[in-house]
Design a protein around this ligand. Structure first.
Ligand code: SAM
Length: 231
């Protein structure tokens, strides 16, 4: 696991990261939510997903789909998969507008999913993917999410978390420290999560860490595999 050195990115770049607030851009219809961060990170995320998703996988649940840009870009690369986008109820109307105009036929209609409630769809998922959500969710919701994953995923299913993480109590870059301060200004209960806390909770709920991949701009991709289900 290699950690990034000193971050030299300009401040404007730090401030353009995704806080869970999206811009709305006009397109050939109503205003459509858009995240610049998604445009930058979708290709590197896809390259990692290609190493994790197999031909035998059938269903992927995306938690905190946001603008839908990740699903729209990535789902066509995995035609064997049903891609299930989900988000909080308040995001669903935007996601429905987005879904209406999609060309990728393997993206299912967006569903409401709040990890703090037990409304995980009653389907068997081979994969759960979530990007840039753990630093937005409150820690109690992150814990509820990991517990839910332990209850609902079966042996050899994978949970994939993309975003920034701290290691051994330290930020991995100055830009992550500033990002964390900005997050906390908006919501004191949000903030960059500790890798060790995520790892401990996932282990407690029956997962092993398969890979911790260094990603551009001081982000990581954590890949967990569900061990044999006991219970
Ligand atoms: C920063 S956005 C990330 C969106 C998208 N995945 C991306 O990478 O751009 C965080 C997302 O997490 C969702 N979210 C926040 N709390 C949540 C919860 N308790 N359950 C499910 N999603 C949640 C928000 O609605 C938002 O869409």
């Amino acid at each position: 696991m290699t950690l990034q050195g000193k971050d030299r990115r300009p401040k404007a770049d730090i401030q353009s990261r995704n806080y869970g607030h999206f811009k709305f851009l006009p397109y050939d219809g109503p205003m459509k939510p858009y995240s610049a961060a998604c445009e930058r990170n979708k290709e590197p995320i896809l390259q990692v997903l290609k190493t994790v998703i197999t031909r035998a996988d059938r269903r992927l649940l995306e938690v905190g789909t946001g603008t839908g840009q990740h699903a729209e870009f990535m789902a066509p690369y995995f035609p064997q998969l049903e891609w299930h986008p989900t988000d909080l109820g308040e995001r669903l109307s935007d996601l429905k507008i987005w879904h209406r105009d999609l060309r990728a036929s393997n993206i299912q209609p967006p569903q409401r999913l709040d990890v703090s409630k037990d409304d995980f769809p009653k389907l068997k998922f081979d994969l759960v993917f979530t990007a840039n959500t753990l630093h937005i969710m409150h820690w109690k919701d992150c814990k509820a999410f990991m517990k839910l994953l332990g209850n609902r995923l079966r042996e050899n299913s994978r949970a994939i978390f993309y975003g920034p993480f701290n290691y051994e109590g330290n930020f991995t870059s100055e830009s992550n420290r500033e990002f964390d301060a900005l997050l906390k200004e908006r919501d004191p209960l949000s903030g960059i999560r500790s890798f060790e806390d995520i790892h401990n909770n996932m282990t407690k709920h029956g997962f092993e860490l398969v890979e911790d991949v260094e990603m551009p701009a001081n982000n990581r991709m954590l890949i967990f595999n569900r061990l044999k289900f006991i219970g």
